[in-house]
Design a protein around this ligand. Structure first.
Ligand code: NDP
Ligand code: GDR
Length: 362
């Protein structure tokens, strides 16, 4: 029997990689997408199957994590073997500006899904994966961070995700639902959201290289993250739901790098050697050949409370799931830069033919 999966957040970075992965494994894949005023399916358009044809295994449903009636109806209709809850207001900085909405989606949204499983009597049929995060560790109590490291959230996003983490554990213990938290450290790709720091850097480096932009403005250059590749990480999500017992796992590379190092690496991939001058707000990243000041610090990107360093210990995932990160940072950055150079070339072509292209980046 082919399995049926339901993915919330299917239009996001991880949703797109996971949907492709599960379709490849022969799953029927259902996804929940939000109604938006413009198409929001660019990341999954290549997976679309014409509903008028036979043997369709990919379906999209309109829905929202803030609407439990809708979630109950979709789950009742789909009767999934596995639910992957990836939907979230996932931007840490934005969560300081929209804290209540973030809590509604990221915390209560998870509860709504778990309750739907219970209300529909699916507690023994449906397994659920919760997209937990290294942001739970926040103000780090121990390095490297593993499953037993205490949490200390540092943003409305992390505080919402900590509720989601514990309600997932609680429904596992209270009702016997097969429910797992994947505590995933940052993972990136060429389809990463454009306002997360890695993609912002690779995108602007490509634009600077090809003359479409002059400067890159960033916040905290000292923040350190354990960056992996999203394509590797969605495999771990699936593995967690295939075990005998539901457990929570840290998924990480086991390496950490600063934003500053990421900048150097990205520019190196477009043949620009960045050297740093000055300190604090005056710090600048300079092209060592032309002397141009390319990278500037802009305090608008500082966060009220920051997570200074994240470094994961993926030993449990390695030993119990047989999972390990397969893509190193150099390869990841190269993949991202190659795609962003193509995107800029497309923009340049549009511009040359009189079409307007986006001239700013957040
Ligand atoms: P994205 O921001 O790329 O995608 C988020 C998805 O959630 C999008 O499909 C978005 O829809 C959807 N969404 C947002 N709000 C709602 C809502 N109210 N109802 C329904 N859907 C909604 O995130 P990622 O793919 O990077 O991350 C996936 C999950 O993993 C998130 O929960 C994130 O918090 C978590 N996570 C991510 C990590 C990472 O490094 N990427 C690390 C650890 C955890 P739309 O496209 O319409 O905006
Ligand atoms: P993060 O990712 O907050 O770790 O959350 P992000 O890429 O936004 O920030 C990483 C670090 O870079 C610093 N930074 C900047 N960040 C952004 N976005 N823009 C900037 O200009 C900038 N300059 C410096 C930040 O201060 C931070 O320290 C991501 C999300 O995917 C979450 O959903 C997920 O849970 C965690 O990763 C793990």
């Amino acid at each position: 029997m082919q399995k049926v999966a339901l993915i919330t957040g299917i239009t996001g970075q991880d949703g797109a990689y996971l949907a492709a992965f599960l379709l490849n494994k022969g799953y029927y894949v259902h996804g929940i997408k939000r109604r938006t005023s413009q198409f929001n399916t660019a990341r999954i358009d290549h997976l679309y199957q014409d509903l008028h044809k036979n043997d369709i295994r990919f379906f999209l449903h309109y829905g929202d994590l803030t609407d439990s009636t809708n979630l109950i109806r979709i789950i009742q209709q789909v009767q999934p073997d596995e639910i992957y809850n990836l939907a979230a207001q996932s931007h840490v900085q934005v969560s300081f500006e929209t804290p209540e909405y973030t809590a509604n989606v990221d915390a209560v949204g998870t509860l709504r899904l778990l309750e739907a499983i219970r209300i529909l009597g699916l507690t023994t049929k449906t397994r659920i994966y919760q997209a937990s995060t290294s942001e739970l560790f926040g103000k780090v109590q121990e390095t490297p961070q593993k499953e037993t490291t205490p949490f200390y959230p540092r943003s409305p996003y992390a505080a919402a995700k900590i509720y989601a983490y514990w309600i997932t554990v609680n429904y596992r213990e209270a009702y016997g639902i097969y429910a797992c938290n994947g505590i995933l450290f940052n993972h990136e790709s060429p389809i990463r959201g454009e306002t997360f720091v890695t993609r912002k850097i690779t995108r602007v480096a490509a634009r600077i290289k090809l003359g479409l932009q002059e400067n890159l403005y960033l916040g905290n250059l000292d923040a350190k993250r354990d960056w992996g590749y999203a394509g590797d990480y969605v495999k771990a999500m699936w593995m967690m739901l295939q075990q005998e017992q539901p457990e929570d796992y840290v998924i990480a590379t086991g390496e950490t790098h600063s934003v500053r190092e990421f900048v150097e690496l990205a520019f190196k991939n477009v043949d620009i050697d960045i050297v740093w001058r000055g300190t604090g707000l005056e710090e600048k990243g300079i092209d060592s050949i032309s002397g141009k000041e390319l990278v500037h610090v802009d305090p608008r990107y500082f966060r009220p409370t920051e997570v200074d360093i994240l470094l994961g210990d993926p030993t449990k995932a390695k030993e119990k799931l047989g999972w390990k990160s397969e893509t190193n940072l150099e390869t990841l950055v190269r993949m991202m830069i190659i795609e962003d150079l193509k995107n800029v070339q497309r923009d340049l072509l549009c511009q040359k033919n009189g079409f307007k292209v986006r001239s700013w980046s957040e």
